[in-house]
Ligand binder design. Structure first.
Ligand SMILES: Cc1cc2nc3c(=O)[nH]c(=O)nc-3n(C[C@H](O)[C@H](O)[C@H](O)COP(=O)(O)OP(=O)(O)OC[C@H]3O[C@@H](n4cnc5c(N)ncnc54)[C@H](O)[C@@H]3O)c2cc1C
Length: 421
C-alpha cells in the first residue's frame, strides 16, 4: 500500500473537506498524514452525528466474511467498490479501529462490533487524533455551492467564501436529514454538469394495506421465526429466513432491509410487489398440512392452529388479515398459506426514515483512480453520496471509510503532481 506519510505535499496546499461523517473524516486523516492543511466544514454543530446514531443500536462496523462474499454485497457496484476496498478492506478497518485503542469482536452472524458496542469512544479517539494532526473543524458551515472558484458557506455570522487547493465533498446520502445529510447538494452538483442518480431509500421499510383493525392490534409486533420468498431481478423465486416487525403501515426490520433494494426496484417498475411469508419455516409443507387436517373436534380452527402449530398473536392475525374467510376455512388453502402467505407491498417508506440511501453521484461522473469529478477538476467525492448501496452488516461504513481514503489519496496525488496549480 503506498504510504503518503513518506512523501509530503507542499504545506501551502490546503484542502477543504465538506461533510464530517466517516467518509470525510477518513479523507481528513489521509490528507493530514500527507502533510496537507485540512479544514473540515460541516453544517451541523458537531461532526459524525449519523455515525453516532449508527452506534446506538450496537455499532456494526464491518463484517468478517470472506472477501468474495463481502464485495458481492455491493451488488451491481461491486467492481467500483472493490477499487476502494483494495486499499482498505474489512481487516484493515478492524486494524484501524484497534490502533485507535478500541477493541472489536465478531458476533455469531460474522458481523464485527466495537467491544463497547458504541460509536462514541471511537469517534472521540479519532477526532482527538485528527486535531493533534492539525485538522481544523469549522462547524455550522452549510455549503451553498460555488462563488466563482471559491466555496460559499452559510455560517451563524453570515455568508463566507473559502478558497482551497482541492475540495472533498463527503455530504452523505438523503436519509435522517436532521443529522445533517439532507441531499441538498444534489442540485448544486447537477448545475455543474455532474450526473446524479436520484436518491432513493435503501435498507428501508415498506407500506402495505393493513386494515385499521390489524394495524391497531399488531403494530410493533416482531416475527422472529419467519422466512420470506420473493422474486429476484430474473424472476426466480428466492427464500430467506430472518426477522421483521409489523408496523402501523407495513413491515420493516433486518429481513426486509436485506431485500429492500430488489423490492424497491420492483415497486418502481410495476407499482407494487408481492412477497410470500413462511410462518412455519422450520416445518415442511407436508407436516403443516398433516397438522392442519388433523381432526380438531369442537375446537375452532384458530385454537387448533395454536395447539398443533403454535400459530397465535401476530401470525394468527396475518392469516386473518391476508386470507378470505373461505380460504381460512379450507384446510388445503390454509396449510399452503401458512407456508406461502402472499403480502403485497405498495411503496417504500420515505427516504428520510431509511437507514441509508441509494443513488447519488454516478460512477461515470467520477475518475475511478482518483475519485475526482470529471466535470470539476480538483473536486473529489466520497461516501454515501456516491451511487452505490449495500445491506446492513457493516458494509455501509466500510465502504464509506474506504472511499474516504480513496478520495483523500486522490486529492493528495493530485496536489503532489502539481495538477492543482
Ligand atoms: C439508524 C442508522 C443506523 C445505522 N447503522 C449502521 C451500522 O450499524 N453499520 C453501518 O455500516 N452503517 C450504518 N448506518 C449507515 C452509516 O451511518 C452511513 O452510511 C454513514 O454515516 C455515511 O457516511 P458519510 O460520511 O458518507 O455521510 P454522513 O455520515 O451522512 O455525513 C455527511 C456529513 O455531511 C454534512 N453535510 C451534508 N450536507 C452539508 C452541507 N450542505 N454543508 C455542510 N455539511 C453538510 C452532514 O452534516 C454530515 O455530517 C446507519 C445509519 C442509520 C441512519
Amino acid at each position: 500500500m503506498p504510504d503518503h506519510a513518506m512523501t509530503t505535499a507542499p504545506t501551502i496546499s490546503r484542502v477543504a473537506i465538506i461533510g464530517g461523517g466517516p467518509a470525510g473524516l477518513m479523507a481528513a486523516e489521509v490528507l493530514s498524514q500527507g502533510g496537507v492543511l485540512v479544514d473540515v466544514y460541516d453544517a451541523m454543530p458537531s461532526v459524525g452525528r449519523k455515525f453516532l446514531l449508527a452506534g446506538k443500536g450496537g455499532m456494526n462496523i464491518t463484517h468478517s466474511e470472506p472477501y468474495v462474499d463481502f464485495v458481492g454485497r455491493y451488488g451491481a457496484r461491486q467492481d467500483a467498490v472493490a477499487q476502494w476496498l483494495a486499499q482498505f478492506d474489512a481487516p484493515a478497518v478492524r486494524a484501524w479501529i484497534h490502533a485507535l485503542g478500541v477493541d472489536t469482536f465478531v458476533g455469531s452472524s460474522g458481523r464485527v462490533f466495537p467491544t463497547a458496542m458504541k460509536a462514541a469512544p471511537l469517534l472521540r479517539a479519532w477526532l482527538h487524533r485528527l486535531r493533534e494532526a492539525g485538522v481544523q473543524f469549522h462547524m455550522r458551515h452549510r455549503w451553498l455551492g460555488w462563488d466563482g472558484a471559491a466555496l460559499r458557506f452559510a455560517t451563524p455570522d453570515g455568508q463566507r467564501s473559502v478558497e482551497a487547493d482541492a475540495v472533498i465533498l463527503a455530504l452523505g446520502g438523503g436519509s435522517w436529514a436532521r443529522l445533517g445529510s439532507d441531499g441538498a447538494w444534489v442540485p448544486l452538483l447537477q448545475e455543474k454538469s455532474v450526473a446524479v442518480a436520484p436518491l432513493q431509500p435503501s435498507n428501508c421499510g415498506f407500506d402495505t394495506d393493513w386494515s385499521a383493525h390489524f394495524s391497531e392490534r399488531h403494530a410493533g409486533e416482531p416475527l422472529t421465526t419467519v422466512a420470506i420468498s420473493w422474486k429476484d431481478a430474473q424472476g426466480v423465486l428466492q427464500k430467506r429466513q430472518g426477522q421483521f416487525v409489523v408496523t402501523a403501515t407495513g413491515v420493516e426490520g433486518s429481513l426486509i432491509y436485506a431485500l429492500s433494494a430488489t423490492l424497491r426496484d420492483q415497486i418502481g417498475a410495476h407499482g407494487s410487489t408481492t412477497i410470500w411469508l413462511d410462518l412455519l419455516p422450520d416445518l415442511s409443507a407436508e407436516r403443516v398440512l398433516d397438522e392442519v387436517t388433523r381432526p380438531r373436534g369442537a375446537r375452532s380452527m384458530s385454537s387448533h392452529l395454536q395447539s398443533r402449530l403454535g400459530i397465535k398473536g401476530v401470525k394468527s392475525g396475518l392469516l386473518r388479515e391476508c386470507l378470505t374467510a373461505a380460504q381460512f376455512a379450507d384446510t388445503d388453502s390454509l396449510a399452503s398459506a401458512l407456508k406461502m402467505l402472499p403480502l403485497v407491498l405498495r411503496r417504500a417508506r420515505p427516504i428520510d426514515e431509511a437507514i441509508s440511501s441509494a443513488g447519488g453521484v454516478r460512477f461515470d461522473a467520477i475518475d475511478p483512480a482518483s475519485a475526482m469529478l470529471r466535470a470539476l477538476p480538483g473536486v473529489f467525492v466520497a461516501g454515501e453520496m456516491i451511487d452505490w448501496e449495500a445491506p446492513t452488516g457493516g458494509y455501509l461504513l466500510t465502504a464509506c471509510f474506504a472511499s474516504g481514503r480513496a478520495a483523500g489519496r486522490g486529492a493528495l496525488d493530485w496536489l503532489l503532481t502539481g495538477r492543482g496549480r
